[in-house]
Design a protein around this ligand. Structure first.
Ligand code: EPZ
Length: 420
């Protein structure tokens, strides 16, 4: 297994390009199941999760070819409707095949994803929505079996704004007979992007990006030609890297509207953030960041995917920061590793109190989930001496060549292969 070794203390300077968004590329690739023909997707990031999608689509019968970040998916000859356990358990987003398979073939058999490090992450709301569209759902040996002659439009109200649930229902309802109204839908930018992509395939979706989405079903869809938007979480992670190292970086490819809550909070800590005329985002870290409180919420609130990274920043704050995680029930796995680096953090339920310390100390630490591993890398960039982050396969799920990009900004960082 690989590890990342960081000699902390360098101030990050220079320019870095943000890759395509993992959490948009995943649903967009699954949307290709909806229509026969050759789909083309550009700016797809080279990530472990994308490789998992490639495997899954191939198992279903799609033919995939890719060159760098350009994907083409021939979805005419999809012959299987089963997403196997060994793939779904490595990437829960695989449940996003449910809606497209049901909509196009009237049948889907998908392994229940099971829990993951950050929480139980059930899919009950996905299934409730699909049943409302007329699917007959049964559980069999850990698999969800879903069948429907033809889905029909329905008025669905989600108990909570689930991103994946919204994506599954949008894709399923695109080919249903009649109109679907989805209330309390998720409003993340990835939802808006998926709706734009589906509409470019001939779907009729309005209201994406708000909590009420209207989908008028159509008879068939045509192949997708689309470019994936920049990854807002990768961008946010680099912003915090600059903030933690008193750095001065520029990023290309960041959409202002995608990170308003994070930018507002970072400015409160004293980080200078400006969009320049050329569309580049400039981020300058202060000598010492002020401590501020955050509470994660569905978009447009503070994104849960930036909580671990922000906590690493607050670990070096000038005061005390209270961080509340309201989206997932167990997204503090990075805390004990940060404590090994000298952070002063106490947890009470879903709230962490972070007392800023003068500086962090390098240490061997272990990644437990994708964003926790990012927060450990960030802490290592700012810490004295050397930090070794092991189990970085978690990191590779969602960050494309992160050590190369950080080295390009002046970090002293390398990937080392560890004997198995
Ligand atoms: C998406 O996960 C993202 N993943 C996550 O990013 C992100 O943290 C999350 O949305 C929230 O923004 C992808 O897009 C691939 P949810 P998803 O359904 O769709 C509960 C990362 O680091 N829930 O919005 O699984 C659930 O347990 C990943 O890139 C139900 O109870 O998130 C959670 O507490 C991590 N029943 C909350 O809703 C359901 O049927 C939000 O989950 C569905 C969800």
């Amino acid at each position: 297994m690989d590890k990342i070794v960081i000699h902390g203390g360098n101030r990050l300077k220079g320019e870095v390009k943000v890759s395509g968004a993992k959490n948009s590329a995943l649903p967009l690739l699954f949307a290709t199941i909806l229509a026969p023909g050759i789909h083309r997707l550009s700016n797809v990031p080279a990530l472990r999760d994308i490789a998992t999608v490639e495997k899954l689509l191939t198992i279903l019968g799609a033919e995939i070819s890719r060159k760098d970040n350009e994907f083409s998916v021939e979805a005419t000859r999809i012959s299987s409707v089963e997403a196997p356990y060994d793939l779904v358990r490595t990437m829960r987003a695989s449940v996003l095949v449910l809606g497209p398979l049901l909509a196009r073939f009237g049948h889907a058999r998908v392994s229940l994803p099971g829990g993951c490090a950050i929480g139980a992450r059930p899919i009950n709301l996905h299934l409730k929505g699909l049943e409302a569209l007329g699917a007959r759902i049964s559980l069999d040996h850990g698999y969800v079996e879903a069948r429907a002659r033809r889905l029909k439009g329905a008025h669905i109200h989600f108990d909570l704004p689930t991103v994946g649930g919204t994506e599954n229902i949008m894709m399923a309802a695109s080919l249903a007979r009649g109109t679907t109204i989805l209330e309390n839908a998720a409003c993340e930018p990835e939802i808006t992007e998926l709706a734009e992509a589906l509409n470019s395939m001939g779907a009729r979706i309005e209201g994406a990006g708000t909590d009420r989405i209207r989908i008028e079903g159509v008879q068939e869809l045509k192949p997708l030609e689309f470019t994936v938007m920049p990854d807002r979480v990768e961008a946010g992670t680099f912003m915090i890297a600059a903030a933690m190292t008193r750095g001065d970086i520029r990023m290309s490819g960041v959409r202002p509207g995608h990170l308003e809550a994070l930018i507002s909070k970072l400015r409160e800590t004293g980080v200078e953030i400006n969009f320049e005329e050329n569309g580049k985002l400039r981020v300058k870290g202060p000598r010492k960041v002020a401590s501020v409180n955050i509470k994660t919420l569905p978009h447009p609130g503070f994104p849960t995917d930036m909580q671990a990274q922000f906590m690493a920043l607050m670990a070096m704050g000038a005061g005390t920061s209270v961080i509340t995680e309201s989206v997932f029930e167990n997204r503090f796995m990075h805390v004990c590793e940060l404590q090994r680096m000298g952070a002063d953090i106490t947890i009470e339920g879903n709230t962490a109190t972070v007392k800023g310390v003068k500086g962090l100390l390098g240490a061997p630490v272990m990644a437990t989930d994708l964003r926790a591993s990012a927060s450990l890398v960030l802490a290592g960039l700012a810490a004295e001496n050397t930090t070794e982050v092991s189990r970085i396969y978690h990191l590779d799920r969602g960050y494309e060549r992160i050590e190369e990009k950080l080295r390009g900004l002046g970090a002293h960082i390398e990937r080392v292969s560890e004997p198995m």
